[in-house]
Design a protein around this ligand. Structure first.
Ligand code: FES
Length: 182
């Protein structure tokens, strides 16, 4: 076995990643333009909490020959990718100018209070990603959804809600929290 193959085998066995699934994904995107994005997107979906594990990234780097540093650059550029486990439900609040003017900061503060996040739970670098301890909800921010006419805009579990209010958010959260309990 070559050194490269041995390295790939060791990395996958150490980190408990789904090697066969990753192999299948990588081979499907082989040679395609923008293939790495597709690989990362699908690799993230392999994890229940929708994030990319270090072991997955090392495995992808070894198999594709793409430097790990480049892979990390891509992941940190796109808000879609996560390096930490995500909640079952995602709530993304737009913090663009139009949404800010129409009260998105209030919506964000409402959510932070609702889920009991503390000041030291989040950094002040403009990027926010907070997950509740029970892994039920993740709150994030985005620079703009491109739906400024509907400001303030919030995305909940992939659905866009325009002209959002705290009351509407409360209702949607109540609805999705009860889903699957029957
Ligand atoms: S600023 Fe919020 S959708 Fe554009």
């Amino acid at each position: 076995m070559t050194d490269k193959k041995t390295a790939v085998k060791n990395k996958s066995s150490q980190s408990g990643i789904k090697k066969e699934s990753l192999d299948e994904i990588i081979s499907r995107y082989a040679g395609k333009p923008g293939g790495l994005l597709g690989i990362l997107e699908e690799a993230q979906e392999l994890n229940r909490h929708k994030y990319l594990k270090r072991g997955q990234l090392e495995y992808i780097a070894c198999k594709t020959g793409i430097p790990l540093s480049r892979i990390y650059n891509i992941i940190t550029f796109y808000a879609f990718f996560n390096l930490k486990p995500q909640g079952e439900h995602s709530i993304i609040v737009c913090r663009g100018t139009a949404c800010h003017t129409r009260g998105s900061k209030n919506l964000l503060d409402f959510l932070i209070n609702l889920f009991g996040f503390k000041e030291n739970d989040f950094s002040r670098d403009g990027k926010l990603s907070l997950t509740t301890k029970d892994n039920k909800f993740t709150i994030k921010t985005v620079a703009c959804f491109g739906q400024c006419a509907l400001a303030p805009v919030v995305e909940i579990d992939g659905n866009i809600y325009g002209r959002m209010t705290t009351e509407k958010i409360r209702k949607v959260i109540k609805k999705i929290s009860h889903r699957g309990k029957k």
